[in-house]
Design a protein around this ligand. Structure first.
Ligand code: HPA
Length: 237
């Protein structure tokens, strides 16, 4: 049991999927896992552990933003010994060829700063996904014949959803950043610091250039696709 995760030591699996929204964690556990049991309710940040094709999996909400993600990633790793942490979530498209519904596998996550910047100080560290997970996720997503494209590349982990620095987004776009979200850079950094594997699998839910948004009726299906991609990447050899 930690300050933010009220689970017993062996309640958390080696593989943890991390949606931002705790109700998405509940939906994914009920939809994809057998024998799912609620292992965390502290602050309503729900976590569930069950089995997928015979493999133990935990699905734990991360909350929104890097400080929240940092708390859960640190506790999952340091107190529960989680080995593989995969963020599943939404992002805002930042390039013309990135469309609503597309899947983004974030090979890197740039940021202005993350909670780990207090440790890294003047180092411009490059938060990077685990290559094996990324590779497997790419093949899993391709094999699913999704009604959307799969992109691998850099994303931007922002500290703000209501952004008032259009110049910053412009620079990210100029430098080939595919999409913006708010958690991956810190997840990658914390995982790397502890020698664990991490990946971010995101669906484009809105677009910064076109102003388009994913229709509500598509959100559940695209979220389910991400769960499947993440689980296949975590376990299939
Ligand atoms: N900005 C930041 N985070 C996001 C966005 C966005 O436009 N869309 C989904 N997550």
């Amino acid at each position: 049991m930690t300050i933010h995760i009220g689970a017993n030591p062996d309640d958390i699996a080696d593989v943890v999927l991390m949606p931002g929204d705790p109700y998405r964690a509940k939906w994914a556990a009920e939809t994809f896992l057998t024998g799912a049991k609620c292992v965390n309710e502290v602050r309503g940040m729900l976590g569930f552990t069950g089995e997928w094709h015979g493999h133990r999996v935990t699905i734990q909400g991360s909350g929104m933003g890097m400080p929240s993600m940092s708390i859960y990633a640190n506790e999952l790793i340091s107190s529960f010994n989680a080995q593989t942490l995969i963020r599943i979530g939404s992002c805002g498209g930042m390039q013309d060829d990135v469309k609503i519904r597309d899947v983004i596998l974030a090979s890197t996550a740039s940021s202005v700063s993350t909670p780990s910047s207090t440790i890294l100080r003047d180092v411009n560290y490059a938060p990077t996904a685990d290559f094996t997970l990324l590779h497997k996720a790419f093949h899993a997503a391709e094999a699913m014949n999704l009604d959307a494209d799969v992109h691998v590349g850099g994303i931007y982990s922002s500290d703000t959803f209501y952004d008032e620095r259009p110049d910053l987004n412009e620079q990210m776009q100029r430098h080939g950043i595919l999409a913006v979200e708010m958690e991956a850079a810190e997840l990658y950094t914390v995982a790397a610091r502890h020698g664990r594997r991490a990946l971010g699998v995101m669906t484009v839910s809105d677009h910064l250039l076109t102003g388009e948004a994913l229709p509500a009726e598509d959100r559940e299906r695209t979220f389910g696709d991400m769960v499947e991609i993440a689980l296949t990447a975590a376990f299939d050899s």
